[in-house]
Design a binder for this molecule. Sequence first.
Ligand code: MEV
Length: 445
Amino acid sequence: MPRRRKRDLLIKGFSKLLKEDKLKIVAQLMDKQVESMELMKSFWHSDHSVQKIFDEFSENTISNFYIPYGVAPNVVVNGEAHLVPLVIEESSVVAAASSSAKFWSEHGGFHSVVVDVVKIGQIHFIWSGKKEKLLSVFDDLKTTFRVATKHITENMEKRGGGILGFELVDMTGRMEDYYQIKVSFNTVDSMGANFINSCLEEFAVELKSFFQIHPIFTGKEKECMVIMSILSNYTPDCLVKTWVECNIKELNGLDNELTGEQFARKFQMAVKIAELDEYRATTHNKGIFNGIDAVAIATGNDFRAIEAAGHTYASRTGKYKSLSTVEIKDGQFKFLLEVPLAMGTVGGLTNLHPLAKKSLEMLGNPSAQKLMMIAASVGLANNFAAVRSLVTKGIQIGHMKMHLFNILNHFHATEEEKKKAEEYFIGHKISFAEVTEYMNKLRQC
Ligand code: MEV
């Protein structure tokens, strides 16, 4: 088949085509079409029933995209040791989390508390009435809402969750006639997005008829335009705090050139810089999400929602800052992370993805709160490892070693070749060109 040109790319009814036919169209954009199709198909799962599960997660699937699934051992949270599953493509993240976890497992482990687990949904509506008038019948409206969603909330209530409260928010100062009803929920062990959105859409229907039916409203007050009803991914009250602490003397030996005290002070300054400067804060927080996202993906959680909440939380004072802080007091070093984490351990992908299920089993089928504490601890572990490297030997030594293995894999290096290359490159600069030259020479010998 000839290669497709850009102007041929508008396709009607693509979603209705068979997977094989979709793949054929896509392969027309690639070099070596037959080989490309075969390569894409080689990533299909050999068990059709498993492949079907993956195909049904999304739309227009043509293959599966593999990401390494690793494990960080020795993650001690509140005295309990875990092997934590991490799904991530970045080479050094699992190694960094593991080395930090090991260090802290010998220094008291991670301490963690869930501050609260409140999630928020909003109905955004346009209504040309006075807030006080709506507030005077707000209890009636709340009852209407609760009755209308009883069929949805009953089960959640049995599990200890449900609707926590309603708040009328007057936004008319920011946009004419704009109000919100802000609803708070406890979704217990589920992430709760479907539950919250289902409730909100019912509330929206009820809200419109409430204005029409209630005798207190007259004229234009009877009309309400619901703009949208949706959960908020900003969950500042679904919050976890995790910290490590030790006597600064216990930090002796973390670097050959710094005493424990010097290390602690330099580390503290590095974290302070991430509080002062948003360029550094963004990278600093990215290092935290290296760990958190990897746990989220491994356990079938929505890492985009978690990241979005985290970054908004990092800006809550009006300035984007580091999510972690350091305190040195009376000879004690304390490194603390405070982050909103809306995670679930039941429902959604957590039950559907066969590996997410196994990840949760590996963690002892934790509650959502426990998973929040584990994920935050891994985030802090990665943050500690990154800042530790940055203030001592730099991150490139570790990164380049992983990079070396990636390049060697590119050359299909044997185990013996890898061993020789690893020794050689201890004292030599690692780059693709250097490794290519080395491999050529090695293979000529
Ligand atoms: C790389 O993925 C993450 C780091 O850049 C984080 C940091 O700089 O703190 C190492």
